[in-house]
Write a protein that binds this ligand. Structure first.
Ligand code: HEM
Ligand code: HEM
Length: 180
């Protein structure tokens, strides 16, 4: 049995962390930019782009999960902790797949120009402003949940490392597997 997640899973985990932070930072900082300024444009394109990359990464990670078994936590954690961890991971996957999908759907249906990596993206031939607004509304309502879920997740990982002193965090840290 491996003692760490696969190297590909570890790389994608930390890349997701970086891009989630970038998506949140860009949209929060946008409030400081003047409407129509190049700074505002850069921040919103950064938000769209980082968010879409999060969708790609989360789907890739789900695929990787079907290929690699998760390494055991040693010493073994109590069942309630394992259950809570599974629940949190499931909610994280559900949120960070549905949020970008809602964002993309809203931009497509809105019918105005929007960009990824600075390139113009397709829009609906017959825009539906009401549905676009509904998607943006759900997106904005659910987005703050991400702060709580990733916060709980990160605190739990650090608690395992510093207080319970098990290998939970080390399994997700870069570095060679023992015996390689
Ligand atoms: C990891 C993925 C994403 C996260 C965590 C996220 C998070 C957020 C947050 C926190 C807000 C601000 C909510 C508020 O003002 O109350 C927001 C707004 C928004 N996001 Fe996202 N988002 C993500 C992906 C996307 C994607 C992929 C798109 C579209 C391509 C998108 C489009 C929008 C739009 C149109 C708004 C409203 C902006 C405005 O009010 O002017 N988001 N998002
Ligand atoms: C400081 C921030 C973070 C730390 C310290 C951290 C740490 C960890 C650790 C130690 C694991 C393995 C836990 C286990 O197997 O029970 C893990 C798994 C996981 N992490 Fe994080 N993480 C952080 C941020 C994030 C972010 C921002 C996301 C996604 C938005 C995320 C998504 C996941 C998911 C879905 C898993 C389950 C394993 C998998 O399917 O790949 N993490 N994380």
């Amino acid at each position: 049995m491996r003692e760490k997640f696969a190297a590909s899973q570890i790389k994608l985990h930390w890349l997701t962390f970086f891009l989630v932070a970038l998506a949140y930072a860009a949209i929060e900082l946008r409030g400081f930019a003047q409407r129509g300024s190049w700074q505002g444009y850069t921040l919103i394109v950064t938000h769209f782009t980082a968010g879409t990359m999060v969708l790609v990464l989360m789907l890739s990670r789900l695929l990787l999960r079907t290929r690699h078994r998760s390494p055991a936590i040693l010493p073994a954690a109590p069942r309630w902790q394992t259950g809570l961890a599974h629940l949190t991971h499931t909610l994280i996957y559900a949120l960070f797949i549905s949020l970008p999908l809602m964002g993309i759907a809203s931009r497509y249906l809105w019918g105005r120009d929007w960009w990824l990596f600075g390139f113009s993206m397709p829009v609906a031939n017959t825009p539906d402003a009401d549905l676009a607004k509904a998607f943006t509304g759900w997106h904005k309502t659910l987005a703050p949940l991400g702060y709580w879920l990733t916060g709980l997740h990160a605190v739990a990982a650090l608690f395992h490392h510093y207080f319970l002193k098990d290998n939970t965090l080390l399994r997700m840290m870069p570095g060679r597997q023992r015996g390689q």
